[in-house]
Ligand binder design. Structure first.
Ligand code: MN3
Length: 200
């Protein structure tokens, strides 16, 4: 069974009024993300990994140098689907309920969380990701290089921002901090993060 690319959870032009053009998704979803899916299928075709779940492929190929290409493509398939779900039209603002309470407890305040998340996203040198994770009951911000993700480390991801240059070059050129600020102000899908927190 081949790995498939999940549909975008919004129309391709839905984020245009909120700082991300349809053209960004034509490339980022239509070309970059699709290529990871196609490469993963080529690399796993006819092997035992072709019948495993995407999550299992990521976990079994992480830190196995003979499967580096499989890990990179599998993790990038997962990371991008997770990223699309971390966005929504007219998102942003502040979380509510249990998630808001946990952010206050573990970061001191929502503003401190935003500062830590922005800092992680801005200081990831080169390509990578910034994440909000649940690390055994404590919320933390981490950054990962290239395709690496919390799942590979056995941690639960709540939210992510792609800080590869291809994620923001069409909308923001080289201005990564403006892309990060727009994500937090106008795009974060806190409902998705809260659903992830509630999962066992
Ligand atoms: Mn990307």
């Amino acid at each position: 069974m081949a790995f498939v690319q999940d549909p975008l959870p919004f129309e391709i032009n839905a984020l245009e009024p909120h700082g991300m053009k349809a053209e960004t998704f034509e490339y980022h979803y239509g070309k970059h993300h699709k290529a990871y899916v196609d490469n993963l299928n080529k690399l796993t075709e006819g092997t035992e990994l072709a019948n495993k779940s995407l999550e299992e492929v990521i976990k079994t190929s992480f830190n196995d140098s003979s499967k580096a290409g499989i890990f990179n493509n599998a993790a990038q398939v997962w990371n991008h689907t997770f990223f699309w779900n971390s966005l929504k039209p007219a998102g942003g603002g502040a979380p509510t309920g249990d998630l808001a309470a946990k952010i206050d407890k573990d970061f001191g305040s929502f503003d401190k969380f935003k500062e830590e998340f922005s800092n992680a996203a801005a200081t990831q040198f080169g390509s990578g990701w910034s994440w909000l994770i649940d690390d055994g009951g404590t919320l933390k911000v981490i950054k990962t290089p290239n395709a690496e993700n919390p799942l590979a480390h056995g941690k639960k991801a709540l939210l992510t921002l792609d800080v590869w240059e291809h994620a923001y070059y069409i909308d923001y050129r080289n201005a990564r901090p403006a892309f990060i600020k727009n994500f937090l102000d106008n795009l974060v899908n806190w409902d998705f993060a809260a659903e992830n927190l509630a999962k066992a």
